[in-house]
Design a binder for this molecule. Structure first.
Ligand SMILES: Nc1ccc(Cl)cc1-c1cn[nH]n1
Length: 411
């Protein structure tokens, strides 16, 4: 018999109210209907962020930032204003650090950005760098508000150099996050059913999870239509790079007026997706407990999620073990439904590896070959320098978690 602990029951109760964790019924971890405007007082931030591609491409951004007033974050009201402020300040910060493609990254972030960015970050429980929750989950609007959440009816609030591929990358990632919403809704159902030893309800809900993960992969295929590999590798990827373990910024970044010493923070990455980490934890995929850099990196990326999403993941991780339940019952149908979810997650990770190969590994190889012939000037961050946007360390990470996903199958 599977006897869950009393602590599991308490966690299971909390998980029944997803809205408390900012997980919405209609779009999961995506911020529903993000705010697109801040109070006029903050116009200096939103005006620069909205004009970022042009300011960066014409090398004017750092000059514009030097003219910005030091604004107080105190006038920001509510979660949505804070999310929009973190997105706008994050976009400006990445543009400021990597202006000109990153050959000479800025080593100091001026106080007019650093002070409010760190204040907003502290209120959201986020690091002072652009994160997945900014540029994917809160960076979107519908062209026709009454229309559907489909690619053609979406636009980003802010973008980077890289033209339509910049928008495409963020909007395809957004659709990957919206697709599995029914599967996220099934998580509290599964947790409650495991506690009640209700085999039938667990089995039914697992089919929703498997379908949801398949839908993520379907949405992911849109990347081939909307993102050009060369533009992604040579341009957009540079602006998403972080300053932790970076060969271009070995010390990290000085946040003027906030901390004396430079600080290191990682660039944006799919490992910051709460959706992916939730399915890993629900299925008890071993890398979330195994030692090694994958588990440590995944755990550290939870600090790059909004506080409520981090709390959801921690509560789920402290709840009853679906994996143990499926093992202990020995029910063949339940084991098959569980394994279908694991197989779907492994397939999604394999697909992600194919995409990183097309958008990073192959263009990087071409660039190195051209460099030997005196051609391609790889802007800024080398392929190796950052985990989050597909460096070779990131490829090693993806293959490690894909392999550990496979081993999670119940035999
Ligand atoms: N899809 C993404 C969206 C936004 C950011 Cl910042 C990074 C990624 C990413 C990196 N590697 N795989 N996905």
């Amino acid at each position: 018999r599977y006897i869950p602990g009393m602590e599991s029951r308490a966690h299971s109760e909390r998980l029944q109210h997803l809205e408390e964790f900012h997980v919405s019924e209609e779009c999961g971890f995506v911020l529903p209907d993000p705010l697109a405007q801040l109070p006029d007082y903050y116009a200096p931030w939103t005006n620069v962020a909205a004009n970022l591609p042009h300011l960066v491409e014409t090398q004017q951004l750092r000059g514009e930032v030097a003219k910005m007033p030091l604004l107080s974050a105190r006038h920001l009201r509510g979660h949505r204003q804070l999310r929009l402020a973190h997105l706008a300040l994050g976009v400006i910060t990445m543009g400021y650090v990597w202006q000109g493609g990153g050959r000479q990254p800025a080593k100091i972030l001026p106080r007019v950005l650093a002070v409010p960015f760190c204040a907003v970050s502290a209120r959201l429980g986020l690091p002072p760098i652009l994160v997945y929750a900014d540029c994917v989950l809160a960076n979107w609007k519908k062209r026709d508000p009454r229309g559907l959440t489909v690619y053609q009816n979406l636009d980003t609030l802010f973008s980077f150099p890289g033209g339509d591929s910049s928008k495409g990358f963020f909007l395809v990632s957004l659709l990957v996050e919206v697709a599995p919403t029914p599967g996220l809704q099934a998580i509290p159902t599964i947790v409650k059913a495991v506690l009640r030893q209700d085999l039938c309800s667990v089995h039914t809900a697992l089919q929703d999870v498997a379908l949801a993960i398949c839908r993520m992969q379907e949405a992911f295929t849109l990347i081939h239509e909307h993102v050009d590999p060369g533009l992604f590798f040579r341009t957009l990827r540079i602006y998403l790079a972080g300053w932790k373990d970076s060969s271009l910024m070995p010390e990290g970044l000085v946040y003027e007026g906030v901390w004396e010493a430079p600080r290191q923070f990682s660039g944006g990455s799919a490992a910051q997706s709460s959706t992916l980490q939730c399915f890993d934890i629900l299925l008890g995929i071993p890398h979330s407990t195994a030692q090694g850099f994958s588990a440590e990196y995944l755990r550290r990326m939870r600090d790059y999620m909004p506080a409520a999403h981090r709390a959801f993941i921690q509560t789920l991780a402290s709840g009853p073990s679906l994996r143990q339940f499926a093992l202990v019952t020995g029910n063949a149908g339940l084991r098959a439904a569980f394994n279908q979810c694991v197989a779907a997650l492994a397939a999604l990770r394999s697909y992600h590896i194919q995409v990183v190969t097309k958008y990073i590994t192959i263009p990087a190889g071409r660039c190195r070959a051209e460099q030997q012939l005196g051609g391609c000037v790889q802007e800024g961050a080398s392929v190796r320098s950052d985990m989050g946007t597909g460096g070779t360390d990131f490829m090693r990470f993806l293959k490690a978690i894909r392999d550990s996903t496979h081993t999670a199958q119940l035999t």
